[in-house]
Design a protein around this ligand. Sequence first.
Ligand code: PGA
Ligand code: ZN
Length: 428
Amino acid sequence: MKISDVKAFEVLDSRGFPTVEAVVWIGDRHVGSAIVPAGASKGSHEAFEMRDGGRRWMGRGVRKAVDNVNTVIRKALIGVEAEHVDDILLGLDDSGNKSKLGANAVLAVSLAAARAAANYKGVPLYRYIQGLTGAKPVIPTPMVNMISGGHHAAWNLDFQDLLIIPLKAENFSQALEDVGLVYHSLKKTLSERGYSTLLADEGGFSPRCRSHEEAFQLLLASIEEPGFKPGHDIGLALDVAATHLYSGGFYNIHLENLRLSPGEMVDYITQLCGRYPVVSVEDGCSEDDWDGWRVLTRRLGGRVQLLGDDLFTTDVKRIRKGVEEGVANSVLIKPNQVGTLRETLEALKYCSEVGYTPVVSARSGDTEDSFISDLAVGAGVAQIKIGSIARSERTSKYNRLLRIEDELSGAAKYLGGKALRLSGDLVG
Ligand code: PGA
Ligand code: ZN
């Protein structure tokens, strides 16, 4: 299974900015390709995304990263066994944050090599990943964006995502239908009440609201309208993305003219969780506000999934620190925060050792690549966050999961709301 060639291109992501696509060949017949996504509300501890700077594409070109693939990486990989690609990549870029070659260059090759290897073995990608992890395959429960704010929607809300999680559906396709009923009911509700129905970066709606509670109310009405019971059939989830609200020791909620200390921020979130059926809160405190996170976890960790995104950046070292500090109980897993499939799988293995629930996630700038769908199934990750159910960079991943569910026809478990482990066995 020796690599015979490697090539990269500059292609576009869903926000109309350049990103890296890599193609890896094994022999002359087996090929795999992958395109990396790009975040907008990034954590400062993420692996380094290499951009060209200068005038071309407003500084956001990726020709340097593409060149790194076509020169240094290609030279080092030709003749190497596909299983060893990530080891070689990690040896070539030992900077600790992929700043030598760019995480966008490294990840594109890492994922393309896995696809090429799956093709060589004649198995679906999720099956190949399952071979690496030894996990039992699952079809993940989706956590789906309905209303966007923050960096993804011109700051119409301070919170970045209001999401829903179908809790009672018995399989993935039923879950998507439940989500769809709420999504279309929300569109109708917004339009009837005079709000915009334009879509934000992840395909969710972006109504201008006077408060966050107004957005919660719109969402609740849209869950009830098709006959669902909020909190029973459909849970609410939040991505506060609080790193991006934090400055000088305070959290700024501009919409409501609030400037909150970490303790007050935790009160604010706790009150929302008391008033609405919120089952998961992501980045409720800022990426380095460990004190805030500790208080948040003490207050809510026993009954709400507390998900670390900017906090952990898919980095085992940071997740370990979180466990030692007793913060959060769940980890967002984004392969491009760390830069290789191997490190992504290491983060997942660590999550399962310490009992933190992993949630595989797309980025706000994404592409038609559906790698994360196979990743979730093959690594046995029971939750996935892809954005909303509109826009093709999102549907490519939902549709991939629909096909996998059909292909596995019952051989993979679908845990529904149980994936969140809210029944008393939460850590933290
Ligand atoms: P990003 O947002 O891809 O812009 O970082 C996604 C998230 O915060 O979960
Ligand atoms: Zn997030």
